[in-house]
Design a binder for this molecule. Structure first.
Ligand code: TNX
Length: 523
């Protein structure tokens, strides 16, 4: 650490004090024996934890310092989240036990990932060290999970929440750790999406892919084409009212996600899955059939007219408006299940749209079918159904996102008794979700081409938070750990013990999880 600007943020006084003097802390506290390894039994499991057996006393007078003025926002957030956990009381100068939490940016942290962090927990200080703010964000997230639910009332004149001492060195395995939410089959409101973002952040995901259009509905305002929302958004599976995000709504989601270090990846699915778009603007239609709003669950019957120039100017305008609101380097074009598009037309289409996406400053992502086209090495293929197509894309140098349906589809039922979900790719129990290796799923794929993993939640069978939660929890935790924790540290029997410890969090947040039989739930 080069230039440690001493800026102290006293937890509960909310005052910034520059250059405050760091004294040796007068800690005459006999901490009970602790075990950081046990306490760090969280999801996703940190990669390396060493316990030193003593304690750090977190209390209402603990101060937060940070090494760089840019960290003020993170510091305030840490302070707020600690207060949420331990409450808030005023502290007088004389009862101040000098314990500090220090946020430190240090680009010499010996880890190759910019998302790495280190927690160094001693009696009087906790250092959270990250190469970047993202790393610090994950370190904060881990630290918050180390705070016990109840304080010790006997060691000091104020209650102390004892955090075990030791060191955690942690970094994610995969750069891209994502979930997809289908807001097209059933619409989910901005508030519902933000709730999902909260959970993704807790489990250290960093991508949320939004499936913004499909046969049943178009869900994002495009100023150049008002019918997309006036006509195309007013339907969903089962005949409900549908809905859409205004551009302000979308920006709000993007900003909320960004504040949680999550990138929103927008998808406009084409040339298939386009009934709602063609209904709004019939010149787009390439299947020659009369159009009506679609509220069923079949796939593969719609297509754009891929040989019509006006279709490509439409796509360019749509991509341009969405790209302008979207900080992600990626634009997802779908490209799946275009069963009524001729193969040559499909290939022609993907190549044209790849250029349009690039002209708008983005890299294309598409479902594995896009590998039939000549892909640029900057385009990304998302494997859902076909390993050979993923390999083909990889041979062109494209990074690969893994979402194999039989392992990763959050909309598959857990078992035959599941209330919601489909089963065309089989049942996905918690064990099936967890017990496989993204690292070796595509034979021969070099680790540098494995961009990451994404768990899609298609919404044909769900339309509200409770139904969404049921399919999401606890399987989301399996995907969190596959993306974060290195393979040699992953073990299903140990994982389910850690999932059981999340039950309190689920209950506190009214999460309607499926109490699957593999987990030793505590009640
Ligand atoms: C396949 S996966 C689809 C979706 C469906 C999903 C249902 C993919 C790229 N296409 O259109 O919603 O199955 O599980």
């Amino acid at each position: 650490m080069s230039r440690f600007t001493q800026i102290c943020l006293i937890l509960f006084l909310h005052s910034l004090v520059f250059g405050c003097k760091q004294e040796e802390s007068p800690l005459n506290i006999a901490y009970p024996h602790t075990d950081l390894v046990q306490r760090a039994q969280i999801v996703p499991l940190p990669n390396s934890v060493q316990a030193t057996g003593s304690g750090f006393g977190l209390y209402s007078g603990t101060s937060i310092t940070f090494s760089d003025p840019d960290l003020a926002t993170l510091s305030t957030e840490l302070s707020r989240r600690i207060q949420d956990k331990i409450g808030r009381t005023s502290v007088h100068e004389e009862d101040r036990l000098k314990t500090t939490i220090q946020l430190v940016l240090d680009d010499s942290l010996s880890n190759t990932s910019s998302q790495a962090y280190k927690l160094n927990i001693k009696n009087d200080s906790i250092q959270i060290i990250g190469q970047t703010q993202v790393g610090l964000y994950y370190g904060i997230n881990t630290l918050l999970q180390l705070i016990p639910d109840t304080p010790n009332d006997t060691l000091y004149q104020k209650p102390l929440w004892i955090i075990p001492t030791g060191e955690i060195n942690d970094a994610p395995q995969l750069a891209y750790r994502g979930m997809m939410l289908d807001v097209a089959r059933h619409f989910f409101s901005v508030e519902e999406v933000k709730r999902v973002i909260d959970y993704l952040a807790k489990y250290k995901f960093n991508r949320l892919h939004l499936h913004l259009s499909d046969d049943q509905g178009w869900r994002i305002e495009i100023k150049a084409y008002p019918n997309l929302t006036a006509l195309g958004a007013q339907s969903e599976v089962g005949g409900g009212p549908g809905g859409f995000y205004s551009q302000e709504d979308f920006k709000d989601i993007v900003a909320y996600a960004q504040a949680h270090y999550i990138q929103i990846i927008p998808e406009i699915d084409m040339p298939g899955h386009t009934n709602a778009a063609s209904l709004s603007y019939p010149f787009l239609n390439g299947n020659g059939k009369k159009l009506a709003p679609y509220t069923g669950m079949k796939v593969g019957f719609s297509t754009f007219n891929t040989r019509q120039d006006t279709v490509y100017s439409f796509i360019n305008n749509v991509v341009k408006e969405i790209a302008a609101m979207s900080p992600s380097p990626y634009f997802h074009i779908g490209g799946d299940e275009s069963h009524v598009t001729k193969k040559a037309d499909y290939i022609y289409f993907v190549q044209k749209v790849q250029d349009i996406v690039a002209q708008n400053g983005k890299q294309m992502i598409g479902w594995n079918e896009i590998a039939q086209a000549k892909l640029n090495a900057t385009s990304v293929a998302q494997l859902w159904s076909n390993v050979d197509q993923a390999k083909q894309a990889a041979e062109r140098g494209c990074p690969i996102i893994l979402s194999p349906a039989a392992k990763c589809y959050l909309d598959m039922k857990y078992d035959k008794n599941s209330k919601y979900g489909l089963n065309w790719a089989g049942y996905i129990s918690l064990k099936t979700a967890y017990d496989w290796s993204p690292e070796s799923y595509v034979p021969g794929l070099s680790p540098t081409q494995l961009l990451g993993i994404e768990a899609p939640l298609w919404s044909e069978t769900i339309s509200n938070n409770a139904e969404l939660d049921y399919l999401l929890f606890p399987r989301l935790l399996a995907y969190a750990e596959l993306g974060w924790t290195k393979q040699s540290n992953r073990n299903f029997e140990a994982f389910v013990q850690r999932v059981a410890k999340q039950q309190r969090f689920f209950d506190q947040h009214d999460i309607n999880y499926y109490a699957c039989p593999e987990v030793p739930w505590t009640k």
